[in-house]
Design a protein around this ligand. Structure first.
Ligand SMILES: [Zn+2]
Length: 451
């Protein structure tokens, strides 16, 4: 389809900066022109139009850390420490989740993401043939990287799932879906298995990857201060330095690694992240909610590390609102360092767009509004009391806007939401299915506990 998104303010996050009374021309999946409205309207007169007057067009937001299916557990357990939360609440219930449940949970997250202007989601969960997050993303038209999470206690199962995932889904849905190998963390994946997973990633990339669709590596790193002790307890290895240094000693770090959280880092860890070009996914709301601590993001950025943003799962956040994550990122570091100049709005918006694209090795295709890139766009309606008056669009996007201000979303040139109506799936049905799936899941847990 040939389309003009016309008359809005275009925040390109690229070389053209901000274009007021701007227009974007889209042909099929790609952006073919960006400029002033009168020029482009003349040049592309026959194109179908979306009127963006009073609205701001931004690159679709990129969420670099999710566990999409976990939306089913939203609000199931809150207000307890990470270890207790995982071991006493989340993991026992997750044991009863079927492939179908995973599909429904991921559908719910996909719909919520799209409705909040997020067009790319990097998600870590369990891959099953019976139903998957990949199917849910494909169904809704969301772009994403789907991972299979690996644990030392289920190596054979993991290896099979990884092979199936890569074969079934990498570079599928016109390149919208890619896959990743996801060691859960250094305290749940032993050193030998970690190295083996690196080899597996290499093999899968040779077989199923390509320059535009490399298979990634996505893991939790240094989420809490006591992670070195947890590694020691689990595998009887004594760490001399930080967790990043330990991972580096195994030879598993590289350009394709997305290290999520990175809360507890040493100076040496930061240096290694930069040297090995590891990307950091910063998830401030999850870290605050689980009281894990605060990642030294200003130090990481100063050291030249690529830092992107993530929500984490819908039960450690408890929503997928990237606007909320942006605002939290911008104010959190100012507050704890008592320095209002840290994390300015523009830098934070970069983290949610172009830096996110870089983190996922997807920046040739997405992350900014530039000629030749995929048309992944979110149109934010600024005709609202909390977005008025306008001095600076970027300030409003980071400090004032909410997910619900997103009006229309395009992914790969396709209109996925228009005037807050999702075009690819019936949202009410998704909500009904999610509620029913939750009830069934609780019933199965109840039966199990009564046995
Ligand atoms: Zn996580």
């Amino acid at each position: 389809m040939n389309l003009l998104i016309d008359g809005g303010t275009v925040v390109t996050m690229g070389s053209k900066g901000i274009i007021r009374d701007g227009t974007i021309a889209v042909e099929n999946s790609r952006i073919v022109d960006v400029g002033k409205s009168p020029d482009l309207k003349r040049k592309y007169s026959g194109y179908e139009k979306i009127n963006a007057k009073g609205k701001v067009v931004i690159p679709g937001l990129i969420n670099t850390h999710q566990h999409a299916a976990m939306s089913l557990l939203r609000g199931y357990a809150d207000d307890c420490p990470l270890k207790e939360w995982l071991e006493n609440w989340i993991w026992p219930l997750e044991k009863h989740m079927t492939g179908h449940d995973i599909y429904i949970g991921a559908l719910l997250t996909a719909v919520e993401s799209i409705m909040g202007g997020t067009t790319t989601v990097n998600t870590m969960y369990h891959y099953t043939k019976g139903g998957s997050e990949a199917q849910a993303f494909a169904k809704t038209g969301l772009r994403g990287i789907i991972g299979h999470v690996c644990f030392s206690w289920r190596k054979d199962e993991d290896k099979k799932a990884l092979r199936n995932l890569a074969k079934d889904w990498n570079d599928k849905e016109n390149g919208l879906i890619r896959v990743s190998v996801d060691p859960h963390a250094a305290y749940t994946v032993d050193s030998e298995y970690m190295k083996e997973l690196r080899e597996i990633t290499k093999d899968l990339n040779e077989k199923y990857g390509s320059t535009n669709s490399p298979i990634m590596w996505h893991m939790h790193v240094a989420e809490t201060q006591d992670e070195p002790e947890k590694i020691q307890q689990a595998f009887n290895v004594s760490l001399q330095g930080g967790v990043v240094e330990y991972l580096d000693s195994l030879g598993v770090l590289g350009n394709d690694v997305i290290a999520t959280h990175c809360v507890a880092l040493t100076q040496r860890d930061i240096k290694i992240l930069k040297e090995k070009r590891v990307k950091v996914s910063h998830n401030p709301i999850s870290n605050l909610k689980l009281a894990s601590g605060i990642s030294p993001v200003p130090n990481l950025i100063k050291a030249g590390v690529t830092v992107a943003l993530g929500t984490d799962s819908p039960c450690s956040n408890n929503n997928t609102d990237m606007f909320g994550v942006m605002k939290t990122t911008a104010i959190l570091h100012k507050g704890i360092r008592r320095d209002p100049t840290l994390m300015p709005a523009e830098q934070v918006l970069q983290m949610a767009t172009i830096e996110g694209a870089k983190a996922l090795l997807w920046d040739k295709q997405i992350g900014s509004i530039e000629i030749g890139k995929s048309a992944d766009l979110a149109i934010v309606d600024f005709r609202k009391p909390h977005l008025c008056p306008v001095f600076n669009e970027i300030s409003h996007l980071v400090y004032s806007a909410r997910a619900s201000d997103v009006d229309t979303v395009l992914i790969n040139g396709k209109i996925i939401m228009e005037n807050r109506e999702i075009t690819t799936i019936d949202v009410h049905k998704v909500l009904e299915m999610a509620e029913k799936t939750k009830e069934n899941l609780l019933a199965r847990l109840g039966e199990h506990n009564n046995q």
